[in-house]
Design a protein. Structure first.
Length: 439
């Protein structure tokens, strides 16, 4: 592996995010390790979406196990495959189903975070609409037809879906604003597409449409958007929703059931092939899935569809084709490689600036195994934060030896070699293979 210097902006973003316990928005390829089988499964899903199919996955893991990071890696793969991605965290004000604007809030958040390969940080909705119009202009030149006719013909298949007629009319309004240099009309069209209109009256006055994107049309609008991005030249839409545990925390049984019914509808469409060029990734905790009283398993139709493969369970293996994908714990070797990657990032990619040697990494992992136990494999967040805290102390206090820091936190007097961490060059080459999906 050829080491490249890591930009200061990228380095600082990675370190500050990880020390705060959140996933970095940039530079994740520098630290991704392990979970190659899971990534292979999701890569297959992405290819299925690109070919006109659909995908549904629940990414299940404990707090701090790396769910959000894993979802970010998959999102970066999707962007490279020319998919459009939208992502958001669920919260008390953002749900899949509601009657007081929470579902519309979630849709608005998704549209604000809409990303493409050229605009990976979100706010790409306007550029996608512009690209659609540019493609229509090219098509009009080739066919010697008016741009309005081309746009109308391209959007005709959208009109067949729920809410599709007004969706197409809003895109045509954006084109009118583009032709007439009417910026306000373009702004109004984008506002409608982002579900920022609260009343039908305002939407009708500004755009001449009779409906808006509301709580009731959340999922139908996502299906329309997936078809529209394909018309704009992209391969499909990947919807990435994290913190699904917020549905599990709802006090109202009726509210939980309504949201679970929405998940069932999405799952059925994806499994039956009713959705096109559309994929869903939901990140949640084990109790969100397995709790028979409040989790998804409390809804019989979902339990039957999401139940674990009994043959795989009996044989002690994982079925990576299951809609519910449980993240495997990192191995000690993978954690060692992760710490090496973090050390490399901390030194801005320059080996001569490493603050600690490999022996310090082994000692640190030994400390984790003694004080935390097996949990440090399942939830690497705390291990990462503690390691970066140690490097920060080393950087700010050059006189302190790493061995003194580690000795202060080791509980039992045993040598690090007892952990049986024999890391070879072959292990490092394996890490290259494991990160290849995120590049």
């Amino acid at each position: 592996m050829v080491n490249k210097r890591i930009r200061v902006k990228e380095r600082d973003a990675i370190i500050q995010s990880l020390k705060s316990g959140v996933t970095p928005k940039i530079g994740i390829q520098h630290i991704q390790v392990g979970r190659s089988k899971e990534l292979e499964a999701l890569y297959s899903d992405i290819e299925k979406i690109c070919e006109g199919g659909s995908a549904f996955r629940l990414i299940i893991g404990d707090y701090g196990s790396g769910k959000t990071f894993f979802l970010s890696v998959v999102r970066s793969i999707a962007l490279e495959k020319k998919l459009v991605t939208v992502n958001a965290d669920l919260s008390p004000d953002r749900r899949l189903h509601a009657s007081s604007g929470q579902a519309r809030n979630l849709y608005s958040e998704l549209m604000r975070n809409l990303s493409t390969r050229n605009k990976p940080d979100g706010n790409a909705l306007s550029s996608i609409v512009e690209k659609f119009i540019a493609e229509a202009c090219k098509d009009a030149d080739l066919k010697q037809d008016s741009v309005s006719n081309i746009i109308h013909n391209r959007l005709s298949q959208l009109s067949e879906l729920v809410g599709g007629y007004d969706f197409a009319k809003v895109i045509e309004a954006y084109w009118t604003g583009h032709e007439q240099d009417n910026e306000q009309l373009k702004v109004n069209a984008i506002r409608w597409l982002r579900a920022e209109y609260a009343t039908k009256t305002d939407a009708r006055k500004d755009l001449g449409v009779r409906s808006i994107i509301s709580d009731a049309s959340f999922y139908d609008s996502l299906k329309l958007m997936s078809l529209f991005v394909c018309q704009a030249g992209y391969q499909g839409l990947l919807v990435n929703l994290d913190e699904m545990v917020n549905l599990y925390k709802l006090n109202s049984t009726q509210a939980r059931t309504s949201n679970y019914e929405q998940i069932l509808r999405i799952l059925n469409d994806c499994l039956q092939g009713s959705a096109e060029n559309l994929g869903f990734l939901f990140g949640g905790t084990p109790e969100f899935l397995l709790d028979p009283r409040k989790g998804l398993y409390s809804y019989d139709a979902l339990q039957s569809r999401l139940a674990a493969n009994t043959f795989a369970q009996k044989m002690g293996v994982i079925d990576y084709s299951s809609p519910a994908l449980h993240l495997a714990s990192l191995t000690p070797e993978e954690l060692f490689i992760l710490l090496k990657n973090l050390r490399h990032v901390y030194a801005s990619g320059e080996a001569e600036n490493y603050l600690v040697p490999d022996d310090a990494l082994k000692s640190f992992l030994y400390h984790c195994s003694q004080t935390i136990g097996d949990a440090y494999f399942r939830t690497p967040r705390n291990t990462i934060k503690a390691f970066l805290d140690m490097l920060a102390v080393m950087e700010q206090n050059a006189s302190i030896e790493w061995s003194h820091l580690v000795q202060r936190i080791i509980v039992e007097e045993e040598k690090p070699s007892d952990l049986d961490l024999e890391i070879s060059d072959q292990d490092e080459s394996t890490s290259d293979d494991l990160t290849s999906f995120s590049l």
